[in-house]
Design a binder for this molecule. Sequence first.
Ligand code: 5GP
Length: 261
Amino acid sequence: MKKEKKLYEGKAKIIYATNDKNLVIQYFKDDATAFNNQKKSIIEGKGVLNNRISEHILSNLSQIGIKNHLVKRLNMREQIIKLVEIIPIEFIIRNVATGSITKRLGIEDGTVLKEPLIEYCLKDDKLGDPLISEEHILAFDWASKTEIDNVKKMILRINDFMIGMFRGVGIKLIDFKLEFGRIKIDGKNEVILADEISPDTCRLWDSITEKKLDKDRFRKDLGDLIPAYTEVAKRLGILHEQSNITAVNVTNLSSVKRKKK
Ligand code: 5GP
């Protein structure tokens, strides 16, 4: 596999073409952004952790039949993924109300929802990813009814699986964001899960202390983002318990592991 020219650079990732037209390389950057790019920082080691955590979650989802774009992790910062046509919608799934919904609807922070809530936002940074309804998606033809129905089914299975996976390691899955993309598989058009799933895209609270183990540490200036992401990786069994991780250690540990293979 040969890495070719840069196709796209986003806030947290870069996509490179390869010599296979169906595959691209996804590079995880250390950049952290929030509030529609108004707050920016570089947090050394974040990309390495997100690469590993996302690989773990997407591989597990494959095993329960959720088709997704991950082919394999290449190294500490890169994955080979299938090239998809991204549906221009951010799918937000909430189990507990926090973040934007509490402000928008005046709901008390931490309210447990009676059932998972799916919200749709148009993927458009210039407009600040506005909340839209399913009717908007159909009216503007951003996705078809069949696509939306399939995505909703996948979302509920992904949510069930991830709630269980995190509960098993003492973490509450509060909410998260998913993206999906179109692809032709064996001549058939399909919609598969794309993008990353990591503490950048999920809210994860310790089950007992409710300590935030996700990007809210950056958004709310809580500090210690790398120790929190490392804690998530350790609990999921991706990093060894004894590893005393700092940003620099994460980098070292991953390169040591790679050399051993
Ligand atoms: P909220 O709407 O409360 O800001 O976010 C809900 C959930 O979706 C949170 O887990 C948040 O991390 C995720 N989310 C929403 N929009 C984005 C986005 O543009 N980028 C990332 N990384 N996560 C997002």
